[in-house]
Write a protein that binds this ligand. Structure first.
Ligand SMILES: [Fe+2]
Length: 239
């Protein structure tokens, strides 16, 4: 089983990244292989013709797409999808092989565990319209965070991989070389406990729109597509 991870897609805007030229590995994958999107998936948004076309295109890829939610998602629309169990955690299916990993869930992908936690605060909140382009559910609720904690209690605070949209506050400065463009939010503060308590091999996240390896075990993803377990930035010009 192969598992790849990439950053924000923002609906059709990021789909070029997944074509066979930029993601040649994808052509040899099967539906038992996974591409995980670290939030701002964006293809459950307005149900317009373009969006539905891209959803069909994604469903037709050889692999299964998994995503944690970001902040730029239509949370009302997402909330209408039925919840089901999948590989040890709870998910919502957008289509048979396009799957939303719910917040605070732990999944077993062929013997490797992956803890998922979507959500972040929008930095462009002032430009967005509640109920049309912004939803308060972009940040996890107290209940969702309690559920996340329960999940981690259940596995003894030890997982193989973490995939989130935001990262912990203490990781953010390394992404901007000192020029802070996206500051902490309540979720990134909450994630500090994970930083200090959770044992993991690698933590992947999106949201900040940069591709950066933050030693020793964090990877901010945007346009890069890396294998689960790999951390280094891509130098092949794929981004
Ligand atoms: Fe984004």
């Amino acid at each position: 089983m192969s598992v790849f991870v990439t950053g924000d897609l923002h609906g059709s805007l990021g789909m070029h990244r997944l074509d066979s030229k930029r993601f040649p590995e994808g052509t040899s994958l099967t539906k038992d292989d996974y591409l995980v999107v670290a939030g701002d998936f964006g293809l459950v948004w307005d149900f317009g013709a373009e969006e539905l076309w891209w959803r069909d295109w994604l469903e037709a890829r050889p692999w299964t797409t998994l995503f944690v939610d970001g902040n730029h998602e239509n949370f009302e629309a997402l909330s209408r999808l039925p919840v089901e169990g999948w590989h040890g955690g709870l998910v919502q299916r957008v289509s048979p092989s396009v799957i939303h990993l719910l917040r605070g869930q732990l999944f077993d992908l062929g013997g490797r565990t992956l803890f998922a936690l979507g959500g972040a605060a929008s930095v462009d909140r002032a430009l967005r319209v509640p109920g049309e382009s912004w939803w308060p559910q972009e940040l996890p609720s107290e209940q969702e965070l309690a559920c996340a904690r329960e999940t981690l209690d259940g596995c003894g605070w030890k997982v193989d991989y973490v995939v989130t949209h935001q990262c912990a506050s203490s990781v953010i400065p390394a992404l901007y070389d000192g020029a802070i463009l996206q500051g902490p939010d309540p979720l990134s503060d909450w994630m500090e406990e994970l930083e200090h308590r959770l044992v993991f091999k690698a933590w992947y996240f999106g949201h900040h729109h940069v591709d950066r390896f933050v030693p020793p075990d964090h990877r901010c993803l945007y346009e890069d597509i890396v294998r689960l377990g790999e951390l280094q930035e891509a130098w092949d010009g794929r981004g």
